[in-house]
Design a protein. Structure first.
Length: 81
């Protein structure tokens, strides 16, 4: 949805498992109830076992566009003329 909201498109799909890439484990929130792998809910959060897991965070729709604008504007300003 974020890609569509920023006038982009997905031009293909490749299963990450083909490259040996697997999503990490995360807590679903700062006050966790679940442990998830990527977007898949894996189990109920256990304070002793899962307290050190990072929190799964999300961005608002405009964040990716702002980051890209900042990065590419920065590159253009460093070009030789």
């Amino acid at each position: 949805m974020t890609i569509r909201e920023n006038a982009g498109e997905v031009i293909g799909f490749r299963d990450l498992a083909l490259d040996g890439i697997e999503p990490a484990l995360f807590r679903d929130a700062e006050y966790a109830t679940c442990v998830q792998r990527g977007f898949e809910m894996m189990r109920t959060f256990d304070r002793q076992r899962d307290a050190e897991l990072p929190v799964f965070s999300t961005w608002g729709f405009g964040v990716i566009q702002r980051l890209a604008d900042h990065r590419f504007a920065e590159r253009r300003s460093k070009r030789c003329t």
